[in-house]
Design a protein around this ligand. Structure first.
Ligand code: NAG
Ligand code: NAG
Ligand code: NAG
Ligand code: NAG
Length: 801
C-alpha cells in the first residue's frame, strides 16, 4: 500500500459534457467524442514516448488541434489527441490499483494498465419533443473486482432543474437489490459491493428526480441507465481436458496434426483477458530429439515437427503444455498431453536364410516343399507384422504355391501340380516377403531363393487309351487274337520292362501274353452270357514294371460282341390246360436269346401225331403261337410237339404238355382224381418195371456218351442238360416211325411214389440248352427205339407227373 504514492493519479481525460447540454440532434455540441476511453498497455511498454492511443475531440468548428491536459504527470496528450507515456516509470510487481475519489487509473494484476475516464455525470434530458432516451443516455461502465472502499461513487445524477429547485433523487433497479444506492439529495450514485462480470455483466437502473418541495412531484421523466461491468482479467485459462490423450502413428509425416488442445477462459471474450496462446513447455522423453512436436499458439493444434518417432524405442511421449491469456502474457495454466506412438509398418520382414534347398517327390500334388521363417520388428500379430509371400520368379507354369503359415512368420511352399522328374529335375524359385499392409515408409523387400530338386519315382505304366474298345464276333474261335493292348512306362530314365496280366475277366474268356500284351480268346465267348452287358464284355488288364516295388497301371478292355445266331427259339409256356369241347385257343410266347437279327419273326409247325388233333399258327407279331385243340379228346394229359424256327431258320422242337379237361370253352375245370384209364396196383407194378427199365437205359446212354465223347472232337459239356433233345431225332426229315415217338403221353418219368430221382422227367419246363454242333443221331435213335418199345407196351399205363 505504501507504493501507491508514486502512482500519482490524475485526471487524464477531461470529462466531456457535450451530450448533456441538449437533446437536439442536429445541433452540434463541442466535446470529447467519447466520454470514456479505455487503453490497455503492457507494463513492459510503459516507457517514455510510448503511444497508447488517441482521444477524439470535436469543437463543432472542424478544428483538429487542441490543447489537452493530463492530471497525471506520467501521461501526456499531444495536440492531436495522441495519448503517450511521458515519464519512464516501472511498476512494482505487487503494486495495487489505487482509486482516488472519482478519478481512476487502474492497474490490474501486475501486467496492464487500464486507463479510463473520470466520474460520469448523467443528466436528465428534456423529452418534450422526442423520446429517444434509450439511446441518448450512454451506459455507465464499472470495472469489476474494484477494491473499494465501498460504497463507491460511480456516477453523478443531475437534473438541470436543480438550479432553481431542490431535487430529490431515487433509483429503482432490477435484479440488483441493494447493489446500487443514490444520495437522494446530491444525486450521487454508489455501488455497494465489488461487481463480478462473470456473474452478471450488465444491470438496468431507473433514476427518478422529484421536486423536494412537493410530495411526489415528478420533476423529470424516468431515466433508464445501463450499467456495464467491465472485465478484469480475473480468470485463468482452464484446459478442457487434463491430460489430453492421443495416438500418433510412428510413420506420421512432418506437420501431421496429432491433436488440438483447448483451454477456456471465463473472462470477457471481447478482450485480451480471454485471448489464449498455447505453448509446449516440455517433452518427455527428449529423444530422439527435443522438439518432436510443435504447437500452433493460437489454435492449440499439436503437430509432428520432426521425423524420428519410433514406436519400437519410444512408445510414449508426455508433453507439458501451457495456456496463457492476454495473448500469452496473462494468467497461465499448465496441462499434459499424453501421446502414444502407434505402430506403422516401418520394418520390413526378413528371411532367416537367403537360400533354401528342398526336394520333393515327383507327381505329388500338395506336397510341402519348404518352410521359410521370417522376422519382423513391427507390433506382434498386427497387419504390419504378419508376413505375406509371393513367388516372383522360377515358376512359369504355376506348379508351386506359397502361403503364410499359421504363425504368420513363415512361408510354406507346396506343389500345385505333380512335378515330372523326366521333364524338369530342379527349379529355382525367387520368393519375396511383405506384410499384409503396405510399408509405411520406403523399405527394401526381402527375397529368398529356393532350389527345389525333384525326386524320381517309379511311375506306373500307362495304357493308351485307358479304355480300349474292340468289336469281335461272339463265336470267335478259341486261341484267336483279339487285340494287342499295351502300356508305356513314363519312367524313361529307368528303362524298365513292362509285363501284362489279366486283372479282371469275369467269364474267364481271355488270356494275355505277359510280354507283348497280346490278348487272345481262351474260351468261347457268348454274347448272351450274364457277364455281357448291352453286348459288351469288360475286362481289366494290368501292366506292371520290373522295379523292386513294381508300379502297376490298369487299362480297360471292352469287347463289343457281335451277335451270331447261336440260340434256338423256345416256347415259354410248357403246361397248358384246355377244355375238350369248344376249347379256347392258347397263346404261347417264344423267346430267343439272340439279338433281334436272329430272332423274331418265328415260324411254327406241329410235329408227328400232334397234327391230327391241334393247329398252331403264329400271331401277327410273329412272336406268339396260337395253339388250338381241334378235336374233342378224352380227358387226360397230352404232349404236343411244336417246331419253332427263328428268322434264320434255326429251329427246335418244343413239347408242351396239355391237360385236356372235360369242360366247354374258356373256363377250364378238371375233375380231380379221375384219370383216363385209372391206375390200379398191377398197373403200378408194371409201370415201376418200365421206370426201372428206363433208368437202366439212361445208365447205358451215359456210358455210351462217355465212350463216344472220347472219340468226338467236341464233347458235350457234362453239366449241360440234354434232355430236351434226346426224345426225338427229327432233324433229318423225321419219318413216320420217328414221328410216332413224339407222343410222349405214355412216356413218363417216375412219380414221387416211385422215389423219383428226376433222371427222366416227363417234360422239360423250359429248353435252355444250346444245340449240339454235332448231331447226336445215334444217341437219339437208340433212345427212340427203346422208348417206342416201352410206349407200345400194352401193360404200361400212362403215368402222370
Ligand atoms: C423543455 O421543453 C419545454 C417544452 O417542451 C420547454 O418549455 C422547456 O423550457 C425545456 N426545458 C429545458 C431545460 O430546455
Ligand atoms: C474448446 O472448448 C470449448 C468448451 O468445451 C468449446 O466451446 C470450444 O468450441 C472448444 N474450442 C475448440 C477449438 O475446440
Ligand atoms: C527287358 O527285356 C529284354 C528282352 O525281353 C531283356 O533283354 C532285358 O534284360 C530286360 N530288361 C530288364 C531291365 O529286365
Ligand atoms: C388224337 O385224337 C385221337 C382221337 O380222335 C386219339 O386217338 C389220338 O391218340 C390223339 N393223338 C394225340 C397225339 O393226342
Amino acid at each position: 500500500m505504501g507504493l501507491v504514492w508514486w502512482l500519482g493519479v490524475g485526471l487524464l481525460l477531461v470529462f466531456a459534457q457535450a451530450w448533456a447540454s441538449s437533446p437536439e440532434k442536429p445541433k452540434c455540441l463541442p466535446g470529447f467524442k467519447k466520454d470514456s476511453n479505455l487503453f490497455e498497455v503492457d507494463r513492459r511498454h510503459l516507457h517514455s514516448g510510448r503511444v497508447l492511443g488517441k482521444v477524439g475531440f470535436d469543437d463543432c468548428m472542424a478544428r483538429k488541434r487542441f490543447k489537452f491536459g493530463s492530471s497525471d504527470r506520467h501521461f501526456h496528450v499531444e495536440q492531436d489527441g495522441t495519448l503517450m507515456v511521458s515519464v519512464c516509470f516501472e511498476m512494482h510487481k505487487y503494486s495495487l490499483c489505487p482509486s482516488f475519489g472519482s478519478n481512476v487509473v487502474f492497474c490490474e494484476g501486475d501486467e496492464n494498465y487500464h486507463v479510463i475516464q473520470n466520474l460520469p455525470v448523467l443528466r436528465f434530458l428534456n423529452f418534450s419533443k422526442r423520446r429517444k432516451r434509450a439511446w441518448i443516455i450512454p451506459p455507465l461502465n464499472i470495472l469489476e473486482n474494484d477494491r473499494g472502499p465501498y460504497p463507491k461513487l460511480v456516477a453523478q445524477i443531475r437534473s438541470d432543474k436543480d438550479k432553481w429547485s431542490r431535487m430529490e433523487y431515487k433509483i429503482t433497479s432490477y435484479g440488483a437489490n441493494g447493489l446500487f444506492i443514490i444520495d437522494r439529495n446530491t444525486g450521487q450514485l454508489y455501488v455497494t459491493k465489488p461487481l463480478d462480470r462473470e456473474r452478471k455483466s450488465q444491470y438496468m437502473l431507473d433514476v427518478h428526480a422529484n421536486f423536494a418541495s412537493m410530495v411526489n412531484a415528478q420533476a423529470e421523466s424516468t431515466m433508464a441507465v445501463i450499467v456495464n461491468v467491465l472485465d478484469m482479467n480475473d480468470n485463468k485459462p482452464v484446459f478442457t481436458q487434463d491430460p489430453f490423450v492421443a495416438e500418433v502413428a510412428e510413420a506420421s509425416a512432418k506437420d501431421f496434426v496429432v491433436i488440438t488442445i483447448n483451454a477456456t477462459d471465463l473472462d470477457d471474450p471481447q478482450t485480451y483477458n480471454a485471448e489464449i496462446r498455447y505453448k509446449i513447455w516440455s517433452q518427455e522423453p527428449k529423444l530422439p530429439n527435443a522438439n518432436l512436436f510443435a504447437i500452433n499458439p493460437v489454435s492449440g493444434a499439436i503437430r509432428v515437427n520432426r521425423q524420428g518417432l519410433d514406436r519400437e524405442k519410444y512408445p510414449r511421449y508426455t508433453l507439458e503444455v501451457e495456456a496463457a491469456d492476454m495473448r500469452g502474457e496473462g494468467l497461465t495454466a499448465r496441462g499434459r498431453v499424453i501421446l502414444t506412438v502407434t505402430d506403422s509398418n516401418d520394418i520390413a520382414p526378413a528371411f532367416e536364410m537367403a537360400q533354401y534347398e528342398a526336394s520333393v517327390p515327383e507327381n505329388k500334388v500338395g506336397a510341402q516343399v519348404v518352410r521359410m521363417s521370417v522376422t519382423d520388428g513391427d507390433e506382434l500379430n498386427s497387419p504390419a507384422w504378419n508376413a505375406k509371400f509371393q513367388i516372383v520368379a522360377g515358376d512359369k507354369n504355376g506348379q508351386f504355391a506359397v502361403e503364410t503359415g499359421p504363425g504368420k512368420q513363415e512361408g510354406i511352399i507346396t506343389t500345385v501340380k505333380g512335378l515330372d522328374y523326366e521333364m524338369t529335375k530342379t527349379y529355382t524359385l525367387l520368393v519375396t516377403v511383405e506384410n499384409e499392409i503396405p510399408f509405411a515408409i520406403r523399405l527394401p523387400t526381402a527375397t529368398a531363393t529356393v532350389v527345389v530338386s525333384v525326386e524320381d519315382l517309379n511311375e506306373a505304366p500307362v495304357f493308351s487309351p485307358t479304355i480300349r474298345v474292340v468289336k469281335r464276333k461272339e463265336d470267335l474261335a478259341v486261341a484267336s487274337e483279339i487285340v494287342r493292348y499295351t502300356a508305356t512306362d513314363p519312367d524313361t530314365e529307368r528303362s524298365q520292362n513292362v509285363s501284362y496280366k489279366i486283372m479282371k475277366d469275369p467269364a474267364r474268356w481271355l488270356s494275355v501274353n505277359p510280354d507283348t500284351g497280346l490278348i487272345k480268346v481262351k474260351k468261347g465267348m457268348d454274347r448272351e452270357s450274364q457277364y455281357v452287358q448291352d453286348g459288351k464284355y469288360t475286362a481289366l488288364i494290368m501292366a506292371y514294371d520290373d522295379d523292386v516295388s513294381p508300379a502297376t497301371g490298369t487299362g480297360t478292355l471292352e469287347i463289343e460282341l457281335e451277335d451270331v445266331n447261336d440260340n434256338i427259339p423256345s416256347i415259354n409256356e410248357r403246361i397248358i390246360k384246355v377244355c375238350n369241347t369248344e376249347s379256347a385257343p392258347q397263346l404261347l410266347s417264344v423267346t430267343d436269346a439272340d439279338g433281334p437279327d436272329f430272332a423274331a419273326p418265328y415260324t411254327v409247325s406241329l410235329m408227328g401225331r400232334s397234327k391230327n388233333n391241334w393247329t398252331a399258327t403264329m400271331d401277327d407279331t410273329g412272336t406268339g403261337i396260337i395253339l388250338t385243340l381241334i378235336r374233342a379228346l378224352p380227358m387226360g394229359d397230352y404232349n404236343v410237339v411244336l417246331r419253332v424256327a427263328d428268322n434264320h431258320g434255326l429251329e427246335q422242337d418244343n413239347i408242351v404238355m396239355a391237360t385236356v379237361c372235360e369242360c366247354t370253352g374258356n373256363e377250364v375245370t378238371c375233375k380231380v382224381g379221375i384219370r383216363e384209364g385209372g391206375i390200379g396196383l398191377p398197373g403200378l407194378l408194371v409201370r415201376s418195371g418200365a421206370v426201372l427199365l428206363l433208368l437202366l437205359l439212361a445208365l447205358l446212354l451215359l456210358i455210351f456218351i462217355r465212350r463216344r465223347g472220347g472219340e468226338q472232337n467236341e464233347p458235350l459239356p457234362p453239366n449241360e442238360d440234354i434232355r430236351d433233345h434226346i426224345y426225338y431225332n427229327d432233324e433229318e426229315g423225321g419219318g413216320e416211325d420217328h414221328q410216332d415217338n413224339y407222343d410222349l403221353s405214355v412216356h413218363r418219368g417216375p412219380d414221387d411214389r416211385h422215389g423219383s430221382s428226376g433222371v427222366m422227367p416227363c417234360f422239360m419246363p423250359k429248353a435252355e440248352n444250346r444245340p449240339r454242333p454235332a448231331n447226336p443221331e445215334d444217341i437219339g435213335k437208340f433212345i427212340d427205339d427203346n422208348l417206342t418199345a416201352a410206349d407200345r407196351d400194352p401193360l404200361a399205363p400212362p403215368s402222370h407227373c
